[in-house]
Ligand binder design. Structure first.
Ligand SMILES: [Zn+2]
Length: 171
């Protein structure tokens, strides 16, 4: 019995091993020559990414919205992304979003600022401004019976907003 290539909609014979998980090369599937070549190209792309870049990739619009629509929160998000990206079922590599992502650079300070404001790393200025207004309202002492317990939080949010306004506002 011949083993058929595991790539979606492929009927060729699967002769070449492709790892299933980033950290576990014991699990693998079999692909035809054409698809193992394509797989390797994408695999190498991720291998060359730093942890920060992978994190950014996962949080960016390129993948986030597409994935959260179709998978439950209990799934191992990274493995799902990994497998889908490698097979490119979501057409991630062909999308213009992905090309933009490749050209984009984000600093540690910017990322921290996005995290503090609970925004995706590719949020635009109008979205950042909206979120800032919302958070200020939420954590302002006037809205919390004069309580100062959110003062530090508010300070951090304000600094994060300044950081993003300086960087993103200019773009
Ligand atoms: Zn194939």
């Amino acid at each position: 019995m011949k083993i058929i290539c595991d790539w979606e909609n492929c009927k060729e014979i699967g002769k070449y091993r492709a790892p299933l998980e980033k950290d576990n090369s014991k699990k693998f599937r079999l692909l035809c020559l054409e698809h193992v070549r394509e797989f390797n190209k994408k695999w190498n792309y991720f291998e060359n990414m730093s942890q920060d870049e992978i994190e950014y990739f996962i949080k960016s619009d390129v993948t986030w919205h597409k994935l959260t629509k179709s998978f439950s929160s209990s799934d191992n998000f990274f493995n799902i992304l990994w497998n889908n990206a490698l097979e490119d079922k979501l057409n991630i590599f062909g999308s213009s979003d992905f090309k933009n992502f490749k050209n984009s650079k984000i600093s540690k300070a910017e990322k921290d600022a996005f995290d503090i404001m609970e925004l995706n790393y590719d949020a635009k200025m109008d979205e950042i401004q909206k979120r800032f207004k919302l958070l200020v309202k939420k954590f302002h002492p006037d809205k919390n019976q004069g309580s100062k317990k959110y003062e530090d939080k508010l300070k951090k949010i304000t600094l994060a907003y300044s950081e993003l306004r300086a960087k993103i506002g200019k773009k």
